[in-house]
Write a protein that binds this ligand. Structure first.
Ligand SMILES: CSCCC(=O)C(=O)COP(=O)(O)O
Ligand SMILES: [Zn+2]
Length: 204
């Protein structure tokens, strides 16, 4: 696959994620949309901080079919769900950070509510710290098809935006392109760290 700039950008994003320590021990997965029909997903089980363009595998968005027969991420079904739900989504990033893992367990509800933070404005369309941004929080599941269906059912009632948390697992977020997905990831991760520290300090 030559000269597909979004894939170059995604590989760079994976290296950045690895350097941040946000995809430890082969955790995490990343993808980019090729067109209306296909996306390129990270191979399963690799160190996501050291991926090259050859580690990305073409997957059919509608069916999760893999023309090459190679093994893309175990969480392929969550990426393709986002591409089906949002024709404008260009990239999806899934990370395993300490902040998202811990906060998603401390929060017992079905959403993490963020308000009062200037950095909420890193999320597309957010213009004030006075809004409340709800990041949906789903119980984790080893059955990715079942998890994807649960998230799809939720999204029919409450459209998703930016990303969602999987309890005790991590964050999946997206953007119109790799750069926006990166900004959403970095912004949300900052907000999670602030929120975790706020809760710790206010519990004293
Ligand atoms: C190694 S952590 C468990 C699997 C996981 O949650 C993940 O994000 C990585 O799975 P993949 O198949 O994409 O390598
Ligand atoms: Zn994961």
């Amino acid at each position: 696959m030559t000269d597909f700039l979004p894939l170059e950008q995604l590989v760079a994003a994976c290296h950045w994620i690895g350097a941040k320590g946000w995809a430890p021990a082969t955790g995490g997965n990343m993808s980019v949309r090729q067109d209306d029909e296909y996306c390129l997903l990270s191979a399963s089980g690799k160190d996501k901080g050291r991926l090259t363009r050859d580690d990305f595998i073409q997957v059919e968005i509608a069916t999760n079919a893999v023309p090459s027969g190679r093994k893309p991420s175990a969480e392929t079904g969550l990426h393709t769900l986002i591409y089906r739900l949002f024709p404008q989504a260009g990239a999806v990033l899934h990370t395993h950070t300490v902040n998202s893992t811990v906060l998603s367990r401390v929060e017992k509800g079905s959403a993490l509510l963020l308000s009062g933070y200037e950095m909420q404005k890193t999320l597309a369309g957010q213009e004030t710290h006075l809004n409340t941004v709800a990041i949906p929080l789903f119980d984790n599941d080893q059955d990715i098809d079942a998890l994807a269906e649960r998230i799809a059912a939720f999204s029919r009632e409450t459209p998703l935006r930016y990303g969602f948390l999987l309890r005790g697992h991590g964050l999946t977020c997206w953007g119109k392109d790799v750069n926006e997905a990166r900004r959403h990831l970095e912004g949300l991760e900052f907000l999670f760290e602030c929120e975790l520290q706020r809760r710790l300090l206010e519990a004293r």
